[in-house]
Design a binder for this molecule. Sequence first.
Ligand SMILES: Cc1ncc(COP(=O)(O)O)c(C=O)c1O
Length: 277
Amino acid sequence: MYLINGKEVTKEEFQIPVEDLVIWRGDGIFEAIAIHQGFLFALEEHIERFKKSAQKMHFDNIDFDKIEKDLVRVASNYDSGYMRVIIGRGASKEESKVYMFYQDLIPVPDYYSLQSHKAHWMSGGDFQIDEVSNIAAKSTSYAMNMSHTRLAEKEGFTDSLLLNKDNIVLEGPSFSVAWIKAGKVFIPDLDLGILDSVTRRSLIEIGDNYDIDVSIERISIEDLYEVDSVFVLSTAKHARFVNKIDNKEYSEDKLLPVIRNYFKEQVEREKSRKLSN
Ligand SMILES: Cc1ncc(COP(=O)(O)O)c(C=O)c1O
């Protein structure tokens, strides 16, 4: 299904004009939410982040209640896949539009190999997160991120792992990362300017709900080569194993399948909580 400003349109009508600033300036924001048997997982968190992105990128007067209702309505028709929603600035500043569509499940690899690259455009901890208002906005300006995915692919890796200027691990171009050392799980801190990933938040919740130690840590790529396991996290990738970073190969820690299972349980728990309300 395809919606523009809440109105259902055909696939042919679902078009963003080239004149829209979202196309030629990347002046837009977006969200992607997973559907589990008609249910949108972590919808409130996604809407909260969408509102934050709107504020950071100066999209005023957006009706998020309407967006939320449309998302729920459309998603209820599907068993699996994703809802994607983009707000584009429009051809002129006063014409922003909401584009919403359903997308089938994307096949993701069982495991990832990553090539580390410096990410010059990311704040990387050089600025306090509140010092610059648009740090970590989920904007549609993803060309820098994607260029590193393409570079990694060219070099025979699945994707890229972005680092700050001091070799501190940030995130992937379209996913968060976490690592395991001696049975404990670690994630990078948000002050590095990484996206406030909903899946990373879920991992923190898993730590609270189950007997898993999840801590925040800044780690250099050199130290990451020494950990037991690394995994990637996103709406489409719940704890996928990283088998290789640069020349370093990893084996899968026994905790990783356990975490993956907890992610499934968490979806079920949220779903039954929502249905009983
Ligand atoms: C740069 C970046 N980091 C992390 C993530 C993971 O975020 P989430 O768990 O909310 O999907 C994404 C997802 O698109 C991303 O683009």
